[in-house]
Design a protein around this ligand. Structure first.
Ligand code: PEP
Ligand code: MN
Length: 259
């Protein structure tokens, strides 16, 4: 796999898409096929283990979803990425040749968990993206990056997914754009990706949040997509079909068109 972090993604942003959660084999394969058919997606994502707020919600399909992702990669040629929160997740994902890992916002807040994931990554050459913590604590985000770098992970990237707040607000997670901008200042060489899906929590604002991140020189987007968004097992309100994603990406004004 090419060195994803060495690519600067300056002309064209890196696009990661796929369902919030892997649900069934058919859903994963059909999503992957429809995404690759758009010709606009670089990496397929899916949550295998889902950190849900309350017990009793769908907590991810678990290990059995990994062969589905591996199969999706085989059929489409798309590299695959999943969220990891424990050492066992890392081991299982690497066993199925997952090309890239990401650390979720609820994990970044916990240095014990981040360190456990990092210890499992010692000596492993795999790109890792780390989401901001759910609270607007920049040092915690930096700490996660430093932990990854300390165990020798060479390809580290950041995902901005917004910051949680209490009560009903315009955004599911407030973007607080000055925070990712500050991270870009501190880590100028590091890939910075925006996750409009978890910032918005709905479909209507995705386009404007994605455009804003491009205007701010982000290097890519992670956007959730599903073959039947309304019936998704998690984050149904914010997912879009692969075809809608394609339209959305087509309407965005890229930097290369500005210059
Ligand atoms: C996800 O990407 O599906 C997810 C759980 O995101 P976050 O960690 O940003 O809440
Ligand atoms: Mn999600």
């Amino acid at each position: 796999m090419k060195d994803l972090m060495q690519e600067k993604w300056t002309k064209r942003p890196l696009i990661i898409s796929g369902p919030c959660s892997a649900e069934t084999e058919e859903q994963v394969l059909e999503t992957a096929t429809r995404l690759v058919n758009t010709g606009k997606v670089d990496i397929l994502r899916a949550g295998i283990w889902k950190p849900r707020t309350k017990p009793g919600m769908f907590e991810g399909i678990g290990m059995k979803g990994l062969p589905w992702m591996a199969q999706a990669k085989k059929i489409t040629g798309l590299p695959i990425t999943v969220e990891v929160a424990t050492a066992k997740h890392v081991e299982d994902a690497l066993h199925f040749d997952v090309d890239m890992l990401w650390i979720g916002a609820r994990t970044t807040v916990n240095p014990f968990s981040v360190q456990e994931v990092c210890d499992a990554l010692r000596g492993v050459d795999v790109p890792v993206l780390i989401k901001n913590p759910i609270n607007p604590d920049l040092e915690l985000w930096c700490g996660g990056i430093e932990r990854l770098q300390k165990v020798g992970v060479k390809q580290v990237g950041m995902i901005h997914r917004g910051f949680s707040n209490y009560g009903n607000t315009e955004f599911r997670n407030a973007p607080m754009w000055h925070l990712p901008i500050e991270m870009k200042r501190r880590f100028p060489e590091m890939l910075l990706i925006c996750d409009p899906s978890h910032i918005c929590g709905n479909r209507t604002m995705l386009q404007s949040v994605a455009q804003k991140s491009i205007d701010l020189d982000f290097n890519g987007l992670m956007i959730e997509s599903h073959i039947d968004p309304d019936n998704a097992w998690s984050d149904a309100k914010q997912q879009i079909t692969p075809e809608r994603l394609s339209e959305m990406l087509g309407e965005l004004i890229w930097r290369s068109e500005n210059t």
